[in-house]
Design a protein. Sequence first.
Length: 347
Amino acid sequence: MDIEKLEKYLGEIGEKSFRIKQIRKAVFVDGISSFEEISTLSKELRKKLDENFKILSFSAENILEAKDGQSVKALLELSDGNFLETVLISPKPGDWSVCVSTQVGCAMGCRFCATGKMGFKRNLTAEEITDQVLFWRQYLNGIKNLKFKIKNCDISNVVYMGMGEPFNNWKEVSESIRILTNKDLFAFGSRSISVSTSGIAEGIEKLASEFPQVNLAISLHFANDKKRDEFMPVNKKDNLESLKIALQKYFQKTKRKVFVEYILLEDANDTKEDAQELARYLKSIGNTHLLHVNLIGYNTTSGDFRSSSGNRTHKFKEYLLLGGINATIRKSLGEEIKGACGQLATR
Ligand code: SF4
């Protein structure tokens, strides 16, 4: 929703300034899906707005709900015919997180990721990014499906973990964070927002200086340059040493916790040596009390990789704890609808 354009239009047709407040609340807080629903506006104004403006910059092509009611994925068609995917996740009842995409496809080419296999098509605009949150707000407001057992229809978190590398589209991503945290619009707290990167050092420094209260997650997956080069091409530009320096600067500036995402791939990065190497690397960064490793099962996107067994996953966590590193085994939501980490690919 391009609210500035709408505000300008209201001025041009001579509407009073309090109208914009009513419209902002209806769109961003109440999650209306058509101006017709704003009963505080005159019929004539509602008609004019519906004729001249669209609340969302895309249309929903398909919506897939997981049977357990904990995740929903939407395929959205943009005005230029490109598609993107966005996911709504409920880690616990009444707690909803939106996972937003920042690009159509991704140029980073991580070998285990379905989005990476699509290649890069284009950057999303700040409006297209924030509209994904509006879309899910409208969805939750309109839902009648009891299997979701919704007690509280509000969205508590926004995570930049969908399609694309957020730091490759920083101009629009940073603008989208400003819109999400704007008190007159979405009014999210900065700490309710998380940005996940495959490891772009310059981006980490920008996040620390522009949004020190926004959470940072690093998709690390390998703590060995040779392996990381092989599976995550970003490492050829920003290797583990550059990432370490960026994180040290990040801690100096923010003193905030960083989440280290680690997908466990059978025989590729899940041995005792891999765990010990990861613990050594994280310790070399310093501030280990501010580093938390999330161990994530791999969601099959092709026949190239397999997820580590439960036994290996538990052992990996134990080795990390023995090495003095905090770690949690995360349940990956959305695998059934291919809406989990690394599975978004506009299928
Ligand atoms: S894991 Fe993230 S950075 Fe890597 S290819 Fe997939 S979307 Fe891009």
